[in-house]
Write a protein that binds this ligand. Structure first.
Ligand SMILES: NC(=O)c1ccc[n+]([C@@H]2O[C@H](COP(=O)([O-])OP(=O)(O)OC[C@H]3O[C@@H](n4cnc5c(N)ncnc54)[C@H](OP(=O)(O)O)[C@@H]3O)[C@@H](O)[C@H]2O)c1
Length: 354
């Protein structure tokens, strides 16, 4: 089925409608050494919204604030029709512990900074960016709810947090009548599937839309990394800063390259590119609301948007699932075993006999 950016989907159990691919604005600005300069970032934004895209992802500290500043400028004449998502918790000032983390002080400071940088008076979707393992859940939820009541934030969401903490937050928000979490942002792609253990099932059960970061594993799934990168001690001259980052972080392994090999085979069968196949695999998952595209150039963005038109066959999905399969671990593997199913669901056995 061909999708388009204006085939909007509801975000979790909210009434908010978003495009099936979000535009990542972490590449707006070159402050981190691998982004797009202002003119190219403008072209990325224009191409995305011209195709009907409405869902744009940033964070208060992306490219040291340049991302939000550029986005705010580009969005000015269509602010009302865009869903601007930003995030708080990353440190805004290196020597000030209260300028980061999940606390109420950090939250209110970050939101004021984002509003100023974006040049807007409200944020559509605010994520807690990274769990700080410190702030009490009531402090977080109450602060988020206050911002919603003030109208500075319309919806709240969470990223990079253990499933059991998110389940606890959502349950407490429900019981107290505080603004519920409407979305989860997680790293999920053919190379990183561990979200299938708890995060994705939790999101389905608790009504959180799922937004994927690094759907191409930072570019590894585009097929431009090779076995030579496994042993490279330092990047060759002219290689992108992003490449050095991916290699240093261990994103290029025998396992990931074996997955890329199958992605490339299927891309050839479909006369598509590996990036399009990698993204199409995320799009065919009914648990996924919207992967966030991380394009650095207009050419990359145009190519990646082509994933909306890719129809993988059931056989191709099965091959991709097989090469990238993960061990679900305890208790999931045990619960799925025949032995346990018979012990705990004997009723089904009786029905089957009848
Ligand atoms: N919640 C979080 O903690 C979190 C974390 C990370 C990202 N995010 C969000 O998710 C967005 C996407 O993340 P990501 O940048 O990691 O996504 P990604 O799609 O996995 O990787 C994007 C990078 O891959 C390369 N690339 C993309 N398309 C390509 C193509 N067609 N051909 C060749 N290379 C291509 C580009 O890097 P080069 O060309 O430089 O190699 C690009 O910057 C970010 O913008 C941000 O909004 C959120």
């Amino acid at each position: 089925m061909t999708l388009t950016l204006d085939t909007y989907r509801q975000l979790g159990r909210s009434g908010l409608r978003v495009s099936p691919l979000a535009l990542g604005a972490a590449t707006f600005g070159n402050d981190w050494g691998w982004g797009a300069e202002q003119d190219e970032a403008r072209r990325l934004f224009d191409l995305y919204v011209e195709r009907g895209g409405n869902f744009i992802d940033t964070a208060v500290t992306y490219t040291n604030g340049t991302s939000e500043r550029m986005l705010g400028e580009f969005a000015q004449d269509r602010r009302d029709s865009l869903v601007l998502a930003t995030k708080y918790t990353t440190l805004r000032r290196p020597d000030d512990p209260n300028s980061g983390g999940a606390s109420r002080k950090s939250l209110f400071g970050a939101v004021e900074t984002s509003l100023r940088q974006l040049g807007t008076d409200y944020i559509d979707l605010l994520y807690l960016h990274v769990w700080d393992s410190t702030t009490p859940v009531e402090e977080i939820l109450r602060g988020l709810d206050d911002l919603v009541r003030q109208g500075k934030v319309l919806y709240v969401a969470i990223s990079n947090t253990p499933a059991w903490q998110i389940a606890r937050l959502q349950t407490i928000a429900d019981l107290r009548g505080w603004a519920p979490l409407v979305a989860l942002q997680l790293e999920y792609n053919l190379i990183e599937r561990t979200g299938e253990r708890d995060l994705l099932p939790m999101a389905r059960e608790l009504g959180l839309g799922t937004v994927l970061w690094s759907p191409l594993a930072g570019g590894v799934l585009t097929g431009k990394y090779s076995r030579a990168d496994l042993t490279a001690s330092s990047p060759a001259d002219g290689e992108s800063a992003r490449k050095s980052f991916n290699v240093a972080l261990g994103g290029v392994t025998e396992r990931s390259l074996a997955i890329v090999d199958v992605v490339k085979e299927i891309a050839t069968e479909l006369d598509r590119t590996p990036a399009q196949v990698g993204l199409a695999w995320t799009l065919q998952n009914p648990d996924v609301t919207a992967p966030v595209l991380g394009a650095r150039t207009v050419g990359q963005l145009r190519e990646n948007l082509g994933a909306l038109e890719v129809d993988l066959t059931a056989g191709q999905v099965a091959r991709l699932n097989a090469v990238s399969a993960i061990d679900l671990g305890f208790p999931h593997a045990m619960l799925a075993s025949d032995h346990i199913r018979v012990q705990t669901r004997g009723d089904l056995k009786i029905q089957a006999r009848a």
